[in-house]
Design a protein around this ligand. Structure first.
Ligand code: SF4
Length: 329
C-alpha cells in the first residue's frame, strides 16, 4: 500500500507522458512555450509500463490516469494504454487531454482499453479560445469531444477553468453546451501552477461565484455526498437530474484530507502531491538496475512523506518550481 502519515492511501496514479503541449494556455505556460525536458531524461514506453505495473501489482494502484503536457502527443500512447489494460488486477484507465487529435485517436484508444476521458474546454468562443491558448484550435477540440462520445468514452467529462475578464461570463453557456451534448462538466478553480507565476488570488473565479452564476439559470441540488468519496468535485444535479455538474474548489474548498493521488512525471519522478516541493527519483535507480521491490520501496517512502495539504492558503505558501505541464494535471 502507498500510505501516508495522515491515514490516506494513494490508489489513483497520475502519469505524465510528456511536458509538451500544442496549446499555450495562459494558466499553464507563457505564449513562447517552455524549455522542454530533454528526450533522454524521459521515460521510454517500456519504462512507463514497468513503473505502472509495479504500482498496480505491488502498491495497490487501482486507477491510472495518463496526463501531460498533452498526452495525445505521445506517439506510444495507445500501446501504453493497451499494456495497462493487461495488468492484473486491471486498473481503471483514464486520460486528461486538450482534445486536439482526439478525433483520430478516440477510437484506437477505446479499443486499446481506455475507460474514461476528461477534455479541457474553457470557452465556446473562438476569439476567447485564441487569446487564452494562443492557438486557433477550438474546432479541433469540439471535434475531439464528439469523437470521444462516438467511441463510447462516456460520460465524456469536460474540465473548465474560469478566469476573470476572460471567460468568466461563460459559466452558464458552458453548462448549456454540455447538457445539450451529454457531456459532464466540471469547473475547476485556477491553481497557482503556471510557469510564469502569474496566478493571483483576486483573479481566481471561486467555487462560490461559479455556483452563484449557475444558480441564476439552473436549479442545482447537491448530489449524494456519500457518492463523492475522494473525488475532488462537489457534484450537483441539474434540474433534478440525471444530468450533473461538478465544481472543484481546489483553493477555497480544499479536499486534501481525502486525497488518494500520487503522480509520476514524464522524467520518472514520484510526486506525492501536485504542490510537492520534493520529488523521488525512480528513473535513475531503474536505469541502474534496481529490481521491482527496490523501486516499490522508494515509491512507498515518497508517499509516506506526503504533507497534509497543499498549503495554498498558508502565508508561507511557495509554488512548486515545476510548472503544471511538467507535473501532470
Ligand atoms: S493538493 Fe496535493 S494533497 Fe491536496 S488533493 Fe491535490 S494532490 Fe492531494
Amino acid at each position: 500500500m502507498l500510505a501516508d502519515a495522515y491515514g490516506r492511501v494513494a490508489t489513483d496514479l497520475r502519469v505524465s507522458l510528456t511536458d509538451r503541449c500544442n496549446l499555450r494556455c495562459s494558466y499553464c505556460m507563457p505564449p513562447e512555450g517552455l524549455d522542454w525536458l530533454p528526450k533522454p531524461t524521459l521515460l521510454t514506453d517500456d519504462e512507463v509500463a514497468r513503473l505502472v505495473r509495479i504500482g498496480v501489482e505491488r502498491l495497490g494502484i487501482t486507477e491510472v490516469r495518463y496526463t501531460g503536457g498533452e498526452p495525445l502527443l505521445r506517439r506510444g500512447l495507445p500501446g501504453i494504454v493497451a499494456r495497462t489494460a493487461e495488468l492484473h488486477p486491471r486498473p481503471e484507465i483514464s486520460l486528461t487531454t486538450n482534445g486536439i487529435g482526439l478525433d483520430r485517436l478516440a477510437g484506437p484508444l477505446r479499443a486499446a482499453g481506455l475507460d474514461r476521458i476528461n477534455v479541457s474546454l474553457d470557452t465556446l468562443r473562438p476569439d476567447v479560445f485564441r487569446s487564452l491558448s494562443h492557438r486557433d484550435r477550438l474546432g479541433d477540440v469540439l471535434a475531439g469531444l464528439a469523437a470521444a462520445a462516438a467511441a463510447g468514452l462516456v460520460p465524456v467529462k469536460v474540465n473548465a477553468v474560469l478566469m476573470r475578464g476572460l471567460n468568466e461570463g461563460e459559466t452558464a453557456p458552458l453548462l448549456r453546451f454540455c447538457l445539450e451534448h451529454g457531456y459532464e462538466l466540471r469547473f475547476i478553480e485556477q491553481m497557482p501552477l503556471d510557469a510564469q507565476h502569474g496566478w493571483r488570488r483576486e483573479n481566481m473565479v471561486t467555487a462560490e461565484e461559479i455556483l452563484d452564476a449557475l444558480s441564476a439559470e439552473f436549479t442545482l441540488t447537491p448530489d449524494d455526498p456519500q457518492a463523492r468519496g475522494s473525488a475532488p468535485a462537489e457534484r450537483f444535479l441539474v434540474g433534478g437530474g440525471p444530468a450533473r455538474v461538478g465544481v472543484i474548489g481546489s483553493v477555497t474548498r480544499p479536499f486534501c484530507g481525502a486525497c488518494d493521488r500520487v503522480r509520476l512525471t514524464a522524467d520518472g519522478q514520484v510526486r506525492n502531491c501536485l504542490f510537492a516541493r520534493e520529488e523521488s527519483n525512480l528513473r535513475d535507480p531503474m536505469r541502474s538496475g534496481a529490481d521491482d521491490e527496490e523501486l516499490a520501496g522508494i515509491w512507498r517512502r515518497a508517499v509516506a512523506a506526503k504533507l497534509p495539504g497543499h498549503g495554498i492558503n498558508d502565508p508561507g505558501f511557495l509554488q512548486p518550481s515545476r510548472p503544471m505541464s511538467a507535473i501532470g494535471g
